[in-house]
Design a protein around this ligand. Structure first.
Ligand code: NAD
Length: 359
């Protein structure tokens, strides 16, 4: 990892918070945004970590993202909650939305919560983790209004974003199951890395600008635009449409159907269902079967080339343990972009460097 910088989480958070604060956010908001992004890096998801800051700054400057906005309650009918994010920071809105939904799920046994018009909500797993920590099942379908980068099955150009699906299940006596996945076959950030290194990528991930399969990542990094394919062919495509129809249309936030690829803002619409497993009358079976089933999975012998069978959420916990101990590596390209973003908001490079190094 030549030229990579290694940062500890706490000082890096302070440096990122300084940039966000320079964009007009109050100290609480700046702290929440920075903590959320650094947490994504800690969990191994660099594509949703501090590397988003330049995009956020661009969105702020173009007027698509607004500092110090909060959720507006559009409907509060007990177990049904509809919220509008007012194009504020997703890191604040996601927290506020979950803080409203969790007590309702505990009171009524479940809660359906819609959040439309939020700026980028980051790792959706972050919001599932909040509910799971309270013993709730947390299900999310999320659409992305940004640049379309993913093609529908059998289609020759991009029509939607990497629309994530997330399911968190609290497991009695142990860490949760946390499936948190984009519906594209691969993250766009990984294609940029391959492109920067001049490498080809695996078969089955991309199409070129005429809809032909390609292994050249340039088609999702620079024009002429091709597209990413969905994970699991038409199955991932179907899930992605569910994200648009529930996360986008039903939330009131809107679906992706624009030709304009110029704007930098990234809006998310999120459909969330929270369920309290303690209220369904199956608690004993849930606890017994969960334990038995996980043992069953973990006893599966690893296939050649693999060390063990994991459940969703385990890779992130392994990353977090490693990066908490060893620090967070940041590639030079990403770091330079963050410095440049800070400078656009009049934060000097040496201020960011000093804060990030913990000096
Ligand atoms: P990924 O492919 O790294 O992991 C997807 C899921 O598979 C995770 O739950 C992970 O725990 C699990 N997993 C990974 N390796 C495993 C293994 N060996 N065994 C068992 N399970 C395993 O993640 P991704 O699809 O690239 O998504 C990354 C993040 O991007 C997510 O947090 C997602 O919410 C986020 N995202 C956000 C947006 C947005 O607009 N806000 C859009 C797309 C994705």
């Amino acid at each position: 990892m030549a030229d990579y910088r290694i940062f500890r989480a706490a000082p890096l958070t302070r440096a990122i918070a300084a940039v966000v604060a320079a964009g007009g956010s109050d100290a609480r908001e700046a702290g929440l945004v920075a903590e959320n992004l650094v947490e994504a890096n800690l969990q191994g998801h660099d594509s949703h970590g501090i590397g988003m800051v330049p995009r956020y700054v661009a969105a702020l400057l173009e007027g698509g993202l607004h500092a110090n906005r909060h959720v507006t309650v559009k409907l509060d009918a007990g177990a049904l909650l509809t919220l509008d994010g007012n194009a504020g920071y997703g890191q604040v809105l996601g927290k506020e939305a979950m803080e409203l939904a969790v007590p309702r799920a505990k009171q009524h046994g479940s809660c359906v919560m819609m959040l439309g018009n939020a700026h980028h909500l980051g790792r959706i797993g972050h919001w599932a983790e909040m509910a799971v920590a309270e013993g709730l099942v947390s299900i999310h379908f999320v659409n992305v209004i940004s640049h379309a980068r993913v093609a529908p099955y059998a289609g020759a150009d991009a029509r939607f974003g990497t629309n994530p699906v997330t399911v968190g299940i609290p497991l009695p006596g142990g860490p949760p199951f946390l499936l948190d996945m984009a519906t594209s076959a691969v993250a766009q950030g990984k294609m940029r890395v391959a492109y920067n290194k001049g490498e080809k990528v695996a078969d089955g991930l991309l199409i070129d600008d005429h809809g032909h399969p390609t292994t050249d990542p340039r088609y999702v990094v620079v024009p002429p635009w091709g597209a990413l394919l969905t994970t699991g062919a038409y199955k991932g495509y179907g899930l992605s449409v569910v994200c648009e129809l529930l996360g986008g249309a039903l939330s009131g936030g809107g679906t992706w159907h624009y030709e304009d690829h110029s704007r930098m803002r990234v809006y998310n619409g999120m459909f969330t269902v929270l369920v309290d497993p303690a209220r369904l009358g199956t608690r004993e079976a849930f606890e017994r079967e969960t334990r038995a089933y996980l043992d069953w999975l973990r006893q599966c012998p690893p296939a050649p080339g693999h060390d063990k069978v994991r459940i969703a959420g385990e890779p992130e916990r392994e990353w977090k343990a490693k990066r908490t101990k060893e620090g967070i590596p940041v590639d030079p390209f990403t770091w330079d972009e963050i410095i440049a973003a800070g400078e656009k908001l009049k934060v000097q490079k040496d201020v960011i460097e000093r804060l990030a190094s913990g000096a």
